[in-house]
Write a protein that binds this ligand. Structure first.
Ligand code: CA
Ligand code: CA
Length: 368
């Protein structure tokens, strides 16, 4: 403020220099005014200084109070910071552990990702190959389908043509058949009439025949009865006669035992001449009966048709045999069987040359 005042004074003085000679009176007045103003300013400065002291004291008190509060807040903040630091350390350890776990998981995931990538590449490769194969097969199938379609179309056209021809033929045949059917129907009706007439005639004839048949049945019964009586008489007479000429009865058969000796064929001829044939031995009992005649005889058994296949004279095969031990041995040409005296009842047969001379046995199995 004093500098400004002095500045104003200086400026006034500078102005006054310019107007020095004209304004001396005004300058003296100005100097008195400045002295008075300076006194007032000094008193104002003292008052201000007092006020400033009071303000300074007040400010110091306020600052001290503020300092106390700040100190308490600082302690509180220190405790808070300590607590936060402890929490921060624990959380940091937790976070570090989490980070380590996450790192391990990340490594595992990275490994899994690499494996998956490799698998994906492999699958892609396989799928690409399969896709190419499928595409190739699809193309082949498409070509085959086109070929088949072409063939089928051709065949269909041929079949359609044949179907049309067949339809025409069928119509022609239908027409012909209809005409034939009408003709046949007409003939059928005529035949029905003829049949009725024939039926009528046949019925009459049948009735006549039935009557004649019944008469014949009655006649046949009378004849049967007469024949049965006659047969019984003849059987009785035959049995008496056959016993009288020396035939022997065993079971249901009669046997002729020869007293001469002939070849097998001549012996058989003799039997046939008597109305029978050489003996066929059907059972152990019949074998024992023949053995007990104690003679060297031909029996009706031979393998002349086929060597080793023995057959009876009625054509039946040999089933139960009574060969001697070591027989049949086909010693040379031996195709005919004989029964010879031996110690065993059931081992008497031998195969011998058919031209040998031996006795023979004829068997009559006739039902009388
Ligand atoms: Ca017999
Ligand atoms: Ca022999």
């Amino acid at each position: 403020m004093e500098e400004r005042i002095y500045a104003n004074v200086s400026s006034t003085e500078l102005s006054g220099i310019d107007r020095e000679e004209n304004q001396d009176t005004r300058t003296k007045r100005m100097q008195q005014t400045v002295v008075k103003a300076t006194n007032r300013r000094s008193r104002l400065a003292v008052v201000c200084m007092g006020l400033l002291c009071v303000l300074l004291m007040t400010t110091n008190v306020v600052l001290y109070m503020y300092y106390i509060n700040v100190k308490e807040e600082k302690n509180s903040l220190a405790q808070t910071i300590f607590s936060l630091r402890a929490n921060f350390t624990a959380e940091r350890e937790t976070l570090l552990s989490s980070i380590r776990n996450l790192t391990e998981e990340k490594d595992q995931l990275k490994s899994s990702y690499q494996n998956l990538t490799e698998e994906k590449d492999q699958i892609n490769k396989t799928l690409t190959k399969e896709r190419d194969q499928l595409r190739s097969r699809y193309q082949n199938l498409t070509e085959e389908k086109d070929q088949i379609n072409k063939t089928l179309t051709k065949e269909r056209d041929q079949l359609r043509s044949r179907y049309q021809n067949l339809t025409e033929e069928k119509d022609q045949i239908n027409k012909t058949l209809t005409e034939e059917r009408d003709q046949l129907w007409s003939r059928y009706q005529n035949l029905i009439k003829e049949k009725d007439q024939i039926d009528k005639a046949l019925t009459e004839e049948r009735d006549q025949l039935r009557s004649r048949y019944q008469n014949l049945i009655k006649e046949k019964d009378q004849i049967n009865r007469a024949l049965t009586e006659e047969r019984e008489q003849l059987r009785s007479r035959y049995q008496n006669l056959i016993k009288e000429i020396g035939w022997k009865k065993f079971g249901s058969s009669f046997y002729y035992i020869s007293t001469e000796q002939k070849s097998w064929i001549e012996a058989r001829k003799d039997c046939i001449k008597r109305g029978v044939d050489l003996v066929i031995i059907n059972s152990r009992e019949e074998q024992e009966f023949i053995k007990k005649q104690n003679k060297y005889v031909w029996i009706g058994l031979s393998d002349t048709e086929r060597e080793g296949v023995w057959k009876w004279v009625d054509g039946s095969p040999l089933t139960t045999a009574f060969w001697k031990s070591g027989e049949p041995n086909s010693n040379g040409e031996e195709d005919c069987a004989d029964s010879f005296s031996a110690t065993s009842l059931l081992q008497t047969w031998n195969d011998a040359s058919c031209s040998n001379q031996a006795g023979w046995v004829c068997e009559s199995t006739l039902p009388y």
